[in-house]
Design a protein around this ligand. Structure first.
Ligand SMILES: Cc1ncc(COP(=O)(O)O)c(C=O)c1O
Length: 278
């Protein structure tokens, strides 16, 4: 079946979707995106994704106020692509739109809106056995809280993980863990779940938020604080969290084994509670 995507108000075949080379998304990476997951046609934490999308748009002063209609667009993408009875992701990108190349933000430009749906099964192998991660200096900009399409550093850093046959790259800024290239990072030490507090240096991850809620409900103590790369190697458990990775244990950091190379007790509990919610 040929893929049907959404572009600027219309559902079209993927290879017939066209945008202008003057689009500021193409020229400047001047745009934002979201990825939400649908479990058997049902969205998970849709409102959180919508809120984050609106915030990203506002932070960049991109004038797009048709977010109310997006849920219907996503449901249509699922049905038109036969993805209602499986686990699927929906990607949406909103760029500032087409204009001549100037550095300032032009006014009265119509945003470009592109969305598509894709199969997004859970990786049961990774969820069960865990993954290896590498570390690297966080070379990204200072506004990682905006879900911007400007992802070149993330792709460079993730590519390093792939080259090292690892599943993610954990980022280190000034000796401290920030997050990973497309996931949040949480640790467990002596029964306490540790994660970096929200700031301009990390994305406010929705899976991270869900995990912290699960901890509160299950009386698992939380410490939202900075932790160093050195501490990372000494953690009992590490969780790589994201819409795609869900609650994946990391069982090796570079050459150091974590928790006897097995998923830990708290990670398993959080996984169990997480999959009850979806
Ligand atoms: C840099 C970064 N951090 C964290 C996350 C996890 O966020 P979420 O749980 O909302 O998918 C992502 C997801 O794409 C990401 O790109």
């Amino acid at each position: 079946m040929r893929e049907i995507v959404y572009l600027n108000g219309e559902f079209v075949l993927q290879d017939e979707a066209k945008i202008s080379p003057r689009d500021r998304g193409f020229i400047f990476a001047d745009g934002v995106y979201e990825v939400a997951k649908y479990y058997n046609g049902k969205p998970f934490r849709y409102d959180d994704h919508l809120t984050r999308l609106k915030r990203s748009l506002a932070e960049l002063s991109i004038d797009f106020n048709e977010t109310d209609g997006l849920q219907a667009v996503f449901q249509n993408l699922l049905s038109k692509n036969n993805l209602e009875k499986t686990h699927a992701g929906v990607y949406i990108q909103i760029s500032r739109g087409e204009y001549k190349r100037i550095h300032s933000f032009p006014e009265n430009v119509k945003s470009t809106v592109y969305a598509y749906a894709f199969e997004l099964p859970s990786s049961s192998e990774d969820l069960e056995n865990g993954i290896k991660v590498i570390t690297h200096e966080d070379i990204r900009w200072q506004r990682c809280d905006i879900k911007s399409v400007s992802l070149l550093p993330n792709t460079m850093l993730f590519n390093k993980a792939v080259e090292a046959e690892a599943g993610e790259c954990v980022l280190i800024r000034n000796g401290m863990v920030t997050e990973a290239t497309h996931s949040s990072v949480l640790g467990v030490k002596n029964g306490v779940v540790i994660t970096r507090p929200l700031s301009n240096l990390i994305l406010p991850g929705i899976t991270r938020k869900v995990i912290l809620e699960i901890c509160v409900e299950n009386n698992i103590p939380i410490e939202e604080r900075l932790f160093s790369e050195k501490e990372l190697y000494e953690l009992d458990e590490i969780i790589i969290a994201g819409t795609g990775s869900e609650v994946t244990p990391a069982v090796q950091v570079n050459e150091t084994v974590i928790g006897n190379k097995k998923s830990g007790e708290i990670t398993r509990l959080i996984q169990k509670e997480f999959f009850k919610l979806v």
